[in-house]
Design a protein around this ligand. Structure first.
Ligand SMILES: Cc1cc2nc3c(=O)[nH]c(=O)nc-3n(C[C@H](O)[C@H](O)[C@H](O)COP(=O)(O)OP(=O)(O)OC[C@H]3O[C@@H](n4cnc5c(N)ncnc54)[C@H](O)[C@@H]3O)c2cc1C
Length: 432
């Protein structure tokens, strides 16, 4: 029986292509043009709904390395982006229409791929990959929510910025949990009254991302954007995410305000700004969060955001082969697994395609090594995490990453992904 892939976006196309290139038949379901998401506008596969940039081309940037790994793995998304690239400086920028038209042509003409233009609302028979993205149709969302359990299925993300641990000014920060219980779970960034006033003024007047019509849903009280909280009054943040209560440093000084940073990984490579979900533009975040003394030289690995975003609590429900735990034949791929961005989503499509193909042939899928960027992303979404939030690719995902060895880390990742590819290729049936 064909492997079925639901969703003809970045991840679904990549998954279908990888399966077909391995000699296995695929049916790819796409609901457009009969039903549109609020963001898609065309009938083409792999439509880019917003920017036409696939981010950095440079190997000094994690996005650049991820794309290079995908080239080595034979990605249709990155390959076609290279073919349809236009001038974009250090970024891989594509002619948006040509990009999705060329992809559609390649998929339509592939002898092992059949495209079915219909909205899927239930669970098709056989081996299925769901790659229906951040705007999964409502009826399918109900079905998937029932499969994962509604408490593991989300419709919005509320993402706080992440800073690179070694760029925090440790002389201006101190470890300690509230009421100084001896644990060092949080890294606290104190502000004096003057520093808070400057920060506050900048925050409430900063530029915000314009919301699209379908994103104008009321915010949940529990995860308001920090700037909206600030608009309620000068003191509001001091009772919320900047509460100083129970925190002292030095000889017992109590700060006027505090921003708490929580470790994202055991080695402290990445720190999350707790409660700082925001709709400020990236430029405004960079400028305003650097007014916090301990963060004045911080490098942001991820910016804060709040989106309409359908995704699952992958660490709780996905296995390392992207299979729904306890369900042999259902795989998930793309942004719905809790990665963020075009290329990250395609990367999870690529892995799901290889994994599903191995599964129907009775082969064992071994995940890519954790010291590759594809492997590190997979590791992030499938490792236990009480505070799971969607993630883009960045160097901090690599365990024990140290900036001093950046070039060696990149070289090693590219070497390791090639070795992994060879291993996976040996799993191909000798008939192909
Ligand atoms: C408004 C908006 C702006 C964004 N801007 C950017 C950006 O600038 N840069 C960036 O990197 N990322 C951006 N993203 C994120 C980006 O869209 C995703 O990372 C990427 O498209 C996800 O790929 P995917 O394949 O998982 O989902 P998609 O590319 O969304 O593909 C999912 C596909 O599934 C189809 N589908 C949905 N439900 C069904 C169903 N029931 N049956 C059949 N088909 C179905 C959809 O029509 C769609 O074609 C944005 C997302 C949104 C919503």
């Amino acid at each position: 029986m064909d492997i079925r892939v639901v969703g003809g976006g970045l991840a679904g196309v990549e998954a279908a292509y990888q399966i077909a290139q391995r000699g296995q038949k695929v049916t790819l379901y796409e609901m457009r043009p009969h039903v549109f998401t609020p963001a898609h506008r065309t009938p083409f596969l792999s439509e880019l709904v917003c920017s036409n940039s696939l981010k950095s081309k440079e190997l000094s940037n994690a996005h650049g390395v991820l794309k290079e790994e995908m080239r080595l793995l034979g990605s249709i998304i990155v390959g076609t982006a290279d073919e349809t690239a236009i001038q974009g400086g250090k970024a891989l920028v594509v002619d948006r229409e040509r990009f999705s038209q060329v992809i559609t042509d390649k998929i339509e003409s592939h002898p092992l791929i059949r495209i079915s233009r219909e909205e899927v609302t239930g669970i098709p028979d056989g081996t299925v990959i769901f790659a229906t993205g951040p705007l999964t149709s409502d009826r399918l969302a109900d079905t998937l929510g029932a499969l994962t359990g509604t408490s593991n299925f989300y419709f919005f993300d509320a993402i706080s910025p992440i800073v690179e641990g070694e760029t925090i000014d440790m002389e201006k920060a101190f470890f300690g949990a509230r009421y100084m219980d001896g644990s060092d779970d949080y890294l606290n960034c104190p502000l004096t009254r003057d520093e808070y006033d400057r920060f506050y003024e900048a925050l409430i007047s900063a530029e915000r991302v314009q919301l699209r019509e379908f994103e104008k849903t009321p915010y949940f009280e529990g995860c308001l954007p920090v700037e909206i909280m600030a608009e309620r009054g000068r003191q509001t943040l001091l009772y919320g995410p900047m509460k100083p209560v129970g925190l002292t440093y030095g000889t017992g000084t109590r700060p006027y305000a505090v921003i708490q940073l929580r470790r994202e990984d055991a080695s402290g490579t990445m720190y999350n700004m707790v409660g700082f979900q925001t709709k400020l533009t990236y430029t405004a975040q960079e400028r305003i969060f650097k007014l916090i003394p301990a963060l004045r030289n911080a490098v942001f690995l991820r910016y804060g955001s709040i989106h309409r975003n359908t995704y699952i609590n992958s660490p709780a429900v996905l296995a390392r082969d992207l299979r729904l735990s306890g369900n042999e034949r259902i795989f998930l791929a793309g942004q719905i697994t809790g990665v963020e961005g075009y290329v990250e989503s395609a990367a999870m499509g690529l892995l799901a395609g290889i994994s599903a193909c191995a599964s129907v042939r009775g082969h064992i899928f071994s995940p890519p090594p954790e010291d590759t960027f594809v492997g590190a992303l997979l590791n992030y979404i499938t490792t236990e995490n009480k505070h799971f939030q969607p993630m883009n690719v960045n160097f901090g995902l690599l365990k024990g990453y140290n900036k001093k060895y950046k070039d060696a880390v990149v070289k090693n990742a590219l070497f390791a992904i090639s070795a992994w590819k060879d291993k996976m290729d040996r799993l191909r049936s000798p008939l192909q």
